[in-house]
Design a protein around this ligand. Sequence first.
Ligand code: GLP
Length: 265
Amino acid sequence: MTAKLPQIKISLTYETMGKKAAHEIAELLKQKPHAVIGLATGTTPLSMYDELRRIHREEGLDFSKATFFNLDEYVGLSGEHPQSYRYFMQEHLFNGLGVDDSQINIPNGMAKDLRQECEEYEEKIRKAGGIDLQVLGIGGNGHIGFNEPGTPFDLRTHVVTLTPETRKANSRFFNGDPEQVPAFAITMGPATIMNAKKVLLLANGQGKMNAVFEALKGSTSPQLPASVLQLHPDATFYLDRTAAKDFDKYFIPATHKITPMPVIR
Ligand code: GLP
């Protein structure tokens, strides 16, 4: 694959960021109703999911032929657990799009043989023809999916031990107690993500500013997992203006294809 620097699209607000990313997914589905779409959890994609549900409801966009693959899932939580990613997706997206269970793929964190589950997940993606478009958020430490700093770029779906940092960050969904956050997760690996034909990474808020900057600044390193996207031929970073603060000072708009920051009045 020929690498191209990621495109950077900056929006004034979180809501606009989500809308723009949603429209990219909608366009893909209009052109390819059987598209295979990779999705992410977290608070970042929520405005995008709101817009996708609106497009379905008000504009009648059909999601019934698409196939969905989620990035990751906690080990030890069943789909009925309110903090499982399966539950999250049902709640925030799938119920509102009327998609059928048969269209949804999320790693099974309750699998007896986790290694086999990882291999089967990869196989399912292969059989579906590969992922057309993968949505990503980013952790404050630069993680994508649950690929923590230090994850080799050539790993595919695998089981990870979550860092104390990530468990702390995600404890906001577990009564504020990092101990209640599962210690392990299954995640697509960097190589699975890099195989997607197109990647959209979304990030908003000041807490993501450093990670996004490090991911784009020029060098790639497994210590900053999102930096692998600099090697992807078709990656776009959708950012709100706080996540992209001062970008114009560091990046050259022409080479990085930065969409101009809207004038703030
Ligand atoms: C989790 C998820 C990631 C997500 C990240 C950021 O650890 N596994 O896929 O991108 O958190 O979450 P948020 O969007 O809530 O900041």
